[in-house]
Design a protein around this ligand. Structure first.
Ligand SMILES: [Zn+2]
Length: 103
């Protein structure tokens, strides 16, 4: 989308992640209910779900920062994070210099 702003891009991403969480929740519930499923597979389903929830939370926070005007501002130095970095990592909260400094 040529006209997509960070706002719509993040909102789309969040919607996609929320869908993913819902899908994985169903799979997780199905895995728990399936007596034929081994524990490892249940654990795998649980881990996928947890990761998806974390990713959705990150996207939600990024969207909140965007709407409150904090998006793209480094939380360490208060400087601008930079469009290139945000393009690569839409929920970045530090600039590339601080990221390097913090390791
Ligand atoms: Zn910084």
């Amino acid at each position: 989308m040529p006209n997509s702003t960070p706002d719509t891009k993040l909102a789309d991403e969040l919607a996609r992640l929320d869908d993913e969480v819902r899908r994985l929740e169903r799979e997780d519930a199905a895995a728990l209910a399936d007596p034929g499923m081994i524990q490892e597979d249940r654990d795998g389903a649980r881990i996928l779900l947890q990761n998806a929830r974390l990713a959705a939370d990150e996207a939600r926070r990024a969207l909140e920062r965007l709407r409150s005007g904090e998006y793209g501002i480094c939380r360490e130095c208060g400087g601008s994070i930079g469009a290139d970095r945000l393009e690569a990592l839409s929920d970045a909260t530090t600039c590339i210099e601080c990221q390097a400094r913090l390791g």
